[in-house]
Design a binder for this molecule. Structure first.
Ligand code: ATP
Length: 237
């Protein structure tokens, strides 16, 4: 179903052709993980929800794969956090940006940015550097699902906290991000929304603690171990 959604995204001009390759890589890692939310992903999701709740200016990035796979889920998360969604494409075309922004608005998004970028992220080639004030450019915490390593590093260099959703625990993005959720976006975003709701109902100290106690390197090691355990179990059956 997910593959069909991305293929449909390409047909509709929402997802780039390269998005199919990213989808294939994601499917492979999801298979290795056992297509489930692992305990390490659960821990990362809680820390991510805490970071987003504690943020002064959170911002959520949407690319062509994210728009094809989880537009409703991203709109719901944005509403819970009262955060803008910003269309941010690796292979930018104004037409694609508009199609994705229209889709998000049609799904009920209150604030969609990216059609009129007014700033650039230092260290990236021009088209990829475009960003918007009031969105990703001056956010303190940015959620980047399915993003590449360069963009992740460039945002970190600006002093931002970066939350990645990436099924590959070995990617540069996962290794560099402040918090890496090694899970399928289809499971990760609803979990993030649930955690954000739960954390917003308890004293703020709980969110502070979740952030303070979080160790991304440990979580990535656990994710690799979870893959190994899953694979090992295949041969015992
Ligand atoms: P990097 O530059 O970080 O080393 P990369 O070159 O692999 O990574 P991309 O192809 O731009 O970067 O990123 C796509 C990433 O998104 C891949 O790591 C892939 O595993 C992941 N991915 C693809 N589909 C999904 C999905 N549905 N949910 C979560 N992650 C996904």
């Amino acid at each position: 179903m997910a593959r069909e959604r991305v293929a449909e995204g390409v047909k509709q001009g929402i997802t780039s052709i390269q998005g199919l390759i990213a989808q294939g890589r994601g499917e492979c890692f999801d298979y290795l993980l056992g297509e489930r939310t692992t305990p390490s992903a659960e821990a990362a999701t809680k820390a991510a929800a805490a970071l987003l709740l504690l943020a002064k200016r959170p911002s959520l990035s949407v690319n062509g794969n994210v728009a094809a796979l989880a537009p409703d889920e991203m709109v719901e998360l944005a509403a819970v956090l009262n955060a803008p969604l910003e269309v941010n494409l690796f292979h930018r075309s104004e037409e694609r940006v508009k199609k994705i922004a229209d889709l998000l608005r049609q799904k009920g998004a209150r604030k969609v940015l990216g059609e009129h970028p007014d700033a650039t992220v230092p260290g990236l080639e021009h088209a990829r550097a475009l960003a918007t004030r009031g969105g990703i450019y001056d956010a303190d915490v940015v959620l980047i699902p399915l993003e590449d390593g360069d963009r992740c590093e460039a945002l970190l260099s600006m002093g931002k906290k970066v939350i990645a959703i990436d099924l590959n625990p070995l990617s540069r993005t996962a290794k560099k991000a402040t918090v890496s959720i090694v899970d399928n976006i289809l499971r990760a975003v609803p979990n993030l929304t649930k955690q954000a709701r739960l954390l917003s109902e308890v004293p703020i100290a709980e969110a502070d603690r979740a952030v303070r106690e979080y160790d991304n390197e440990r979580v990535l090691r656990e994710a690799v171990q979870e893959i190994q355990d899953h694979l090992g179990a295949q041969f015992l059956e």
